[in-house]
Ligand binder design. Sequence first.
Ligand code: 2AM
Length: 171
Amino acid sequence: MKRLFFALWPELHIRQQCATLTGKLNSSGKPVTPANLHVTLLFLGRTSPEQQAAVTREASQIPASPTTLKFDHLSFWKKPAVLCLTASQFDQNLSKLHENLVNIAKQQGIAVEDRPFTPHVTLVKKAYSVIDIGFSPVIWHSDGFCLVESCAGANGIEYRIIERWTTTLPP
Ligand code: 2AM
């Protein structure tokens, strides 16, 4: 069974902005490699081929509306021990997308967390302190979403995009 999640995947310039910010943090912990930066929309976990086929089919019916996130805050979450970018603003399209994905997962008997959706980009894992620096917000325009597999690679976790759905509308 594959370990899957839905995510927003950044364009190169967003990846670069995030990586530059991570470099400035000079934080303890393990920086997320630039290729792995993303916003998790919904973590599915271990998913059977049948469940994967069903969620893929259903996700393709969701309108992949454009959405914009303004990542303007650096948050330290003690329990998962991560430093992440969080957004003071994101629009209804994203909340709706998350809600649709939760419904799709539940229809397939996939247990998902009931916590409120807090879009974030994890920058550093195994962090143990708050970092307070000024930075320019990362404005992330998204025109779609992905189904991603989390794999154990030779150099740690690797993410492989399995499906990508994009909007034809301008962001
Ligand atoms: P993150 O989004 O906070 O970085 C793949 O594992 C992605 O799904 C990671 O980016 C991870 O956290 C997110 N995720 C959410 N819930 C998870 C869970 N219960 N186990 C592993 N990863 C989870």
